[in-house]
Ligand binder design. Sequence first.
Ligand SMILES: *Cc1c(COP(=O)(O)O)cnc(C)c1O
Length: 247
Amino acid sequence: MDNGLETRKLEPGMPSGGSPAGARLRAVQARLAQAAAEAGRNAAHIGLLAVSKTFDTAAVRGLAACGQREFGENYLQEALDKQAALRDLPLVWHFIGPIQSNKTRAIAENFSWVHSVDRLKIAERLSAQRPAGLPSLQVCIEVNVSGEASKGGVAPAELPALAEAVAKLPKLRLRGLMAIPAPTSEVAAQRAAFRRVRELFDELRTRGQALDTLSMGMSGDLEAAILEGATIVRVGTALFGERTRHA
Ligand SMILES: *Cc1c(COP(=O)(O)O)cnc(C)c1O
């Protein structure tokens, strides 16, 4: 991939030349490529979504200058402010946070993708409020495979009915599933959770749904997710550094 760094001057003190953002991006791309190779998969089929929540527009610009185009945000107002300040860049914005009903219009108007649809009412509002002049909103249904009651995501048992209803909405295009399994440092447990998401995805496809996207894996577990079939990994910390405020 052309990351735009080739013509940059080496700056003293930078880990491997270029900007710190460029070095972090290359490191994440290397992890992604290594995991893809291990899985016998083509790394070009695995998208990298840069999760920029809590990071400022300068940080987004830094990564965009290295060739990153797809950015994910969790908080609507923060996202809208960043989008407004970055209108000059050709970025693609994904909404990945919890969605309240009163936020659907702004989400439908300002994002290309939504990964966190977990109930029909929200999907219906996003479809109804998607402006006529824009292409369909690309959506993933968030599924809760860890059974944590406090977390977002539809229960696996309710997924088939929700997917069928969402797929029928005129201004949405259902692309697949998203999941945020309970964090664990055990690779076997990471893989088991991601495998469950993959199985649910395969079941929907068997039922005739034309899905192509598995949004799973973050800074700490992207390798396990890729080994289980992730097509989009959502990475914040490994690209931007530690978040200093709660997210
Ligand atoms: C914050 C966040 C991420 C990125 O997490 P990191 O551990 O910083 O990579 C990915 N997905 C969602 C939904 C998030 O909220």
